[in-house]
Every structure is written in structure tokens, then in C-alpha cells.
Ligand binder design. Sequence first.
Ligand code: T4K
Length: 369
Amino acid sequence: MNNQKPIYVTQPYLPPLEELMPYLEKIWERKILTNGGPFHQEFEQALCDYLGVEYISLFSNGTLALVTALQALRITGEVITTPYSFVATAHSLLWNGIKPVFVDVDPVTLNIDPQKIESAITPQTTAIMPVHVYGHPCDVEDIQRIADNYNLRVIYDAAHAFGVKDQQGSILRYGDLSVLSFHATKVFNTFEGGAIISPDAKTKRHIDHLKNFGFVDETTVVAAGINSKMSELNAAVGLLQLKYIDYAINRRRKIDAVYHEALSKIKGIRCIGLSNETVSNYSYFPILIDKDYPLSRDELFNQLREKNIYARRYFYPLISDFPMYRGLRSASIGNLPVARMAAEQVLCLPIYPDLSFKEQQIIIENILK
Ligand code: T4K
């Protein structure tokens, strides 16, 4: 038994409630609730400025943004992707009638291993859908080289990569499209929300049509679109959250540093390091537990739960082990040894702006003892 209040893997950052009120008053006054209203427009522009990209389309969530990104590029056949992600990555393929082809991950970054992509390409392959797992950039150059050689499109699931930069700027500018999630559990949240980053105005326009039933104007429908628009309420929350995002990421940076300092030299624990980013978002704090640690990953997971600490096994089980995927040839055990090992060893520790130093010390003590 213990009396400590539960500590979850994450907790959404929320700005002071009174600061939301003026936005709500505006919405009530204008009575524009959705369909590309003024807050929606303003939020798109503010996000472009913050992220350092030119064209953003807002969505009601990241999953519908992924589904729509595949529609926008008319992707069919087979798409090469990673099994080491949240299920939404592969589900977006199934929702488009596309066959996912799983490729193993790199042992250091746990992102898709470019060296293993080529041998998975078939005449049916049309695209690659990598994920910047935990916000650490994929090997974007190698992936693009392969895509160019085989005439494939690249759609990045960048759900974890809000604000991440490399030496040239935003990580979101790589590939044909990148998709963000603004879910409650993400570094930047609008309660629910998501976005697609496009390389040009024409692609953005097409995506904007697709998320609004395909409507161009009152009487013109150009595509079998869906409804995946972001509401004015979510856009207002987003505008307000942008004011606090640097504070929120800075808090995460400090928590990340404390974990690194305490855990990186412990036998049997490996902290996942940075990739080639110059600006990180510290969205997760994954550790890998191997046989040199006195407990197995699951024993540690359960021991922490007994202390009311709810670390999470992101990403276990592998996507390829879920019933709708496990029959695929690429899901076979021998094809994904690195991803499988990571899924067996990973534990994501609590990290969020309001996690106190004291709470973090309790978590660390329970791992060290
Ligand atoms: N691609 C990738 C790579 C993704 O990671 C995701 C989402 C997507 C695509 C799809 O984007 P969205 O369609 O979601 O925009 C969570 C999230 O639901 C999911 O958004 C996220 N990835 C995934 C990695 O994690 P769960 O099953 O862990 O959520 P849940 O409800 O167990 O939340 C975890 C903890 O967070 C809770 O124990 C407490 C805390 N929490 C959660 C919520 C929802 C709060 O304190 N407040 C809240 O409102 O999936």
C-alpha cells in the first residue's frame, strides 16, 4: 500500500483557464464554430511561424490526417512502414485498402532501418511511411535516396516530432508530407487535433478540400473527401497553447536531463539518445531494460505500478503482432528481430511539464533500488 497520488506516463499541459475565456467569448460572439473559421486561420499561420514551415492543414486528429495524407497522394498497393509505433500508423494504411509491409528498425534510434527498406520493395510498393519515434528524426536522407531511386512517395508520421529541428530547420519539411498529432498526450495539445505539412500551396489546397468532403465551393465537389476539420474551439486552445510551448518544452528538457544523469550509467538500462536533431522536444523518456538489470522490464513495470507510477510500454506489442497484421509475411518473427527486442525491453517513464522534482525523485528511487 502507498498513499502517493498516481503518476502517469504523461499529463497534458493546460494554460491558465482564465486565459481561454476571451477566446470562448469571441467564439460565442461570432457564432463561427467550425469550417475554417477565424481562429482556425490564425492558428494555421501561427503554427507555420512557430514550426518554420510554409503550408499546414489542421485536422481533428492525427489519425485522420494520416488517412487523408495517403488519399491526397493517391497511395495504393503496398507501403513500407515500421512495426515499432502506435497502431494508428498502420491502421491508416488499412483504412485506405493498402497493404503494410513491415521493415525492422535501427537498434540505436528505433526508427525504420533504411538499410532494410530496399529488400522489402516490390512492384506494388508505392510509398514509405516512416515514423520519427519519440520525436527523434529518421535517417531522412537515406530514406529519400531510396524513394528517389524507386520512385516512391514518403509520408512521415511525425506525431511525436512537434518542433523538432535538424541543422537545416524543421524536421517536418522532409518527404512528400508530414503528419502531426495534437492529442492530449502529446508535447503540444489541442485536446484532440492534428495537421499535415505540405510542400506547396497546391498540395495544401487539395488536402484542405479532402478534409472538407471535397468541397471547393457551395456547388463544387472535386473529390470523395471526408470530414476531418479542426473546430474553432480546438484552434483557440492551440493558439493559447502556443504561448506556453517553449516553457513546456523547457520543463521537459530539465526532466529529461535529470533522468539521464540518474539512469544512463546504471547497468542494464539504456537511455535512447538523440538522433541528429539540433532542437529536441523531449516528448518521451524511453529506457531499454536488458538482462544486466536485476528485474525484467515487466517486473519493473509492475513494481512501479505497485507504487502508483504508471510507466508505459510504448511500443509493446509491436503493431505487427496485432490480429489484423500478424498474418502478413512481413510480420513474421524472423523479419523484425530488433523491433521485437525493443518492444520486449522498452519502458517509457513519466515526463510532462508539471512533473515535480520530488515526484521524479520517487520514480528514480524506485528504479535504482
Ligand atoms: N502516430 C503515432 C506515432 C502516434 O503516437 C499517434 C498517437 C498517432 C499516430 C495518432 O494520433 P491521434 O489520432 O491520437 O492524434 C496514447 C494516445 O491516445 C495516442 O494519441 C498516442 N499516439 C499514443 C502513443 O498514446 P494511450 O492508449 O497510451 O492513451 P491513454 O489514454 O492511456 O493515456 C496515457 C496517459 O496519459 C494516461 O494514463 C493518463 C494521461 N492522460 C491521457 C489523456 C487522454 C491524461 O492525463 N489526460 C488525458 O486526457 O494512447
